[in-house]
Design a protein around this ligand. Structure first.
Ligand code: SF4
Length: 321
């Protein structure tokens, strides 16, 4: 690991007021790996882990605010999350291991980086690590890579489970920085790779995630299902966060987000539109499942993900009704 300067921020204002490039440290579960492998070589690490950003609080509109430093285990165990947002509790409990969930934070989970093996291999060509260097995954071992939203520059997937649930829930990410406060829908927070795979989010220099707001979802059923190579401590091959509300024999609300298939949590908008207003039956579920993977493009080793994702969506919709 390279040498770096270490600063412990005493306040949010101090953290975002520092001059020059900074790398924020919260739980460190991904950052330390990246620094040890020298994939990331920060000059200055700003420790924000003791800032007062770890509360889980009710919002006046019936929603819930998750502090950026709330631990994944803490959020998953929160009674309000379990009762009102079971899709989020399940997604969190499907991520990593109990030890890691005790360290990992909401903000860090949002900002975790891909686990593409070539990204971590300093001898491989990787345009996410070294802009313009190319991409060894395109013709390499790409079984775990993206089938949706990728580009000729990068086919890595976003590894988070939590973010897939946040996408289905329509969460909002709250930020603060040198330019003041702003909020970004989680659907717009992560960026597709295009020609610049090294730019992964809309975060500006010096900005800090302070919290994530969940809108109220009364009466809506939801769940998160993850398919992976082993039963625990593995990233998703494909996952699905699905919300469904049926009223008077018709689907009043449907939200579908996929994980493990794209460079960001993938909202299946076309599938949601098909479902809206339809009777909840096998025919429309099968159509929605196909729509969820429309436009998918396989690489050499991951065509199975397309069928797997469609079947997962269909099965999850059936189970929810
Ligand atoms: Fe790098 Fe993305 Fe290619 Fe992986 S898929 S090697 S992260 S550019």
């Amino acid at each position: 690991m390279r040498e770096f300067a270490y600063v412990r921020a005493a306040s949010v204002a101090e953290a975002v007021g520092l001059e020059g490039p900074v790398t924020y440290l919260a739980g460190g579960t991904n950052l330390f790996d990246l620094m040890r492998e020298e994939v990331e070589r920060p000059e200055r690490v700003v420790d924000i882990s003791r800032l007062p950003l770890s509360a889980v609080e009710d919002l006046p509109d019936g929603g819930l605010r998750l502090g950026a430093l709330a631990r994944n285990a803490h959020v998953a165990a929160d009674d309000r999350v379990r009762r009102r947002y079971p899709v989020l509790a399940r997604a969190l409990l499907n991520g990593a291991s109990p030890q890691l969930r005790n360290r990992a934070t909401v903000g860090g989970n949002l900002l975790q980086r891909t686990r593409c093996r070539y990204f971590y291999d300093l001898g491989a060509a990787c345009g996410k690590r070294s802009p313009g260097a190319g991409c060894d995954a395109l013709d390499g071992l790409n079984r775990g890579h993206a089938v949706l939203g990728a580009s000729g520059s990068c086919v890595a997937v976003h590894p988070s489970d939590m973010c897939v649930a946040l996408a289905a829930l329509g969460a909002t990410v709250n930020l603060t920085g040198p330019g003041g406060d702003r909020s970004v829908p989680v659907a717009d927070f992560h960026l597709l790779p295009g020609e610049t795979p090294d730019v992964e989010t809309v975060l500006r220099a010096g900005e800090l995630v302070t919290s994530v707001d969940l809108p109220p979802w009364p009466h809506v059923r939801g769940t998160y299902v993850k398919v992976r190579d082993r039963a625990s401590y593995a990233f998703a091959l494909v996952s699905a966060a699905v919300l469904l509300h049926v009223e008077n024999g018709r689907i009043a609300t449907a939200r579908i987000a996929l994980g493990g298939v794209a460079p960001k949590p993938w909202r299946a908008y076309a599938a949601e539109e098909l479902l809206a207003g339809a009777p909840p039956d096998e025919r429309i579920f099968a159509e929605a499942a196909r729509a969820a993977v429309a436009g998918a493009r396989p690489l050499g080793h991951n065509a199975f993900k397309i069928e797997l994702a469609a079947r997962l969506v269909r099965r999850t919709l059936v189970e929810l009704v």
